[in-house]
Write a protein that binds this ligand. Sequence first.
Ligand SMILES: Cc1cc2nc3c(=O)[nH]c(=O)nc-3n(C[C@H](O)[C@H](O)[C@H](O)COP(=O)(O)OP(=O)(O)OC[C@H]3O[C@@H](n4cnc5c(N)ncnc54)[C@H](O)[C@@H]3O)c2cc1C
Length: 507
Amino acid sequence: MAEHGRQHVRVAVIGSGFGGLGAAVRLRREGITDFVVLERADSVGGTWRDNTYPGCACDVPSHLYSFSFAPNPAWPRSFSGQPHIRAYLEHVTDTFGLRPHLRFNSEVQQLRWDPEALHWEVVTAAGDYTADVVVSATGPLSDPRIPDVPGLDSFPGKVFHSSRWDHDYDLRGKRVAMIGTGASAIQIVPAVQPEAGRLTLFQRTPPWVLPRFDRPVSAAERYLHTRLPATAALRRGVLWGIRELQVSNFTKRPERMRLVEKLSLTHLRRAVADPALRARLTPDYRIGCKRILLSNDYYPALTRPNVDLVSAGLTAIRGSTLVAADGTETEADAIVFGTGFRVTDMPIGERVTGADGRTLAEHWKGGMAALRGASAAGFPNLLFVIGPNTGLGNSSMILIIESQLNYLADFMRQLDTLGGKAALDARPSAVNAWNRGLQRRMERTVWNAGCQSWYLDEHGRNTVVWPGTTAEFRRVTRRVDLAEYQVLRPPRAPRRAVPAAATEAAR
Ligand SMILES: Cc1cc2nc3c(=O)[nH]c(=O)nc-3n(C[C@H](O)[C@H](O)[C@H](O)COP(=O)(O)OP(=O)(O)OC[C@H]3O[C@@H](n4cnc5c(N)ncnc54)[C@H](O)[C@@H]3O)c2cc1C
């Protein structure tokens, strides 16, 4: 239905990564077909479309890092690479008939709540919509963060972020500076080292690294998973269970992580013989405080003769010279930023205007907060997939996404049950109570053990991680509790006064 030249839809989903595609499948399963998926790029895949850097792969085993409703018996490796995960998402799109709903090159520029009409006005780069409900699945690791290094503009060489890899630029023989030591950087370093002339890694903080038990999935396993799907489900169950058992170490007893630290230090010792280099690669904070990384080839790559480690952050650039905080100067032809994403200041927040005329970013100035990771007060009928405090330190985000889709499905059912035109707005008291509970639990966790990480916002609050098991998250997002919401109805049209002359004439 078109209204003032805008198409009206029941639901507008933003983003076509695991979150947006999962929402689309779930809506269809709920019998809802009046929806669009608005995607700024020209294909599906999100994270797995954008990150094409050499060595890019998942760090949670593929049989767990995939939808429970779309098992893939053909995963080639236990930790599959980016091309296979992207192909999987394309396959999900076709299998579940999602193509007719996709709107590519449709970046959402504005979302404005209309309190009279009880719907969202959605302005995109390719036309406007109104929608009863909006599902925001714009991704926690979607918008690159490049630090504002003085002199960067004057750098004469090539500059790009890990998630925007320039495949036309040939790194062979070049002096490459890799900035950062996060999950992407430790995959890039061993992949680029053999071809780079010189590779300099700028490390502000050394990560904890554990062995990666990656191997090809054998033809026999694949055959078994295809012929007997229960075996694939069992495999997934075991992978899930192992990670659930680890959660209490992260959330309640960080001191128990010492044993894991020993494992990591052994891993380092086996790979790096030079005690001076080993010392510079040894973290001085509790393991798990930052994301634990998995790699078998990162440490060996750092021992190669064409690699230098600078144990300080990049602070300035003068022409082609990179200056580190410890004064080290490095000449480079190319800079690769592995400096992460805008996580704690969700970029879509600046584009969403709520019931009181303020943006979500303004509401979240003191820190992101959403009821059950899904609903922010004052933003009716807007649900997040991977909202605040839904991230995981040790397991598959797909488990969280599927729980949030259960919540979405129940949200849609509740709206149906209410009947007529209605909207649900999270009560501020419910959001605050939820958030207070989370932050109280957060105090005991390893993520608040004193390190600097991308889980913490500018106020030092962890607004990113879920401080519990995925089973608990599933339980608390199974149903929408209407007591936590205000039911909004359209304002009644004021009765029109009948002009006196008309009343006289009628007599
Ligand atoms: C390199 C890398 C490896 C990872 N590995 C793992 C792993 O092993 N295990 C794990 O659990 N997690 C991993 N993650 C986290 C990963 O981001 C999530 O698991 C998951 O893919 C997120 O899906 P999503 O749909 O929420 O977000 P995304 O995949 O980021 O998709 C968001 C989509 O929204 C679109 N979008 C954003 N803003 C707008 C807008 N304004 N208008 C229209 N479209 C918009 C984007 O273009 C994108 O397509 C990894 C992340 C990265 C970057």
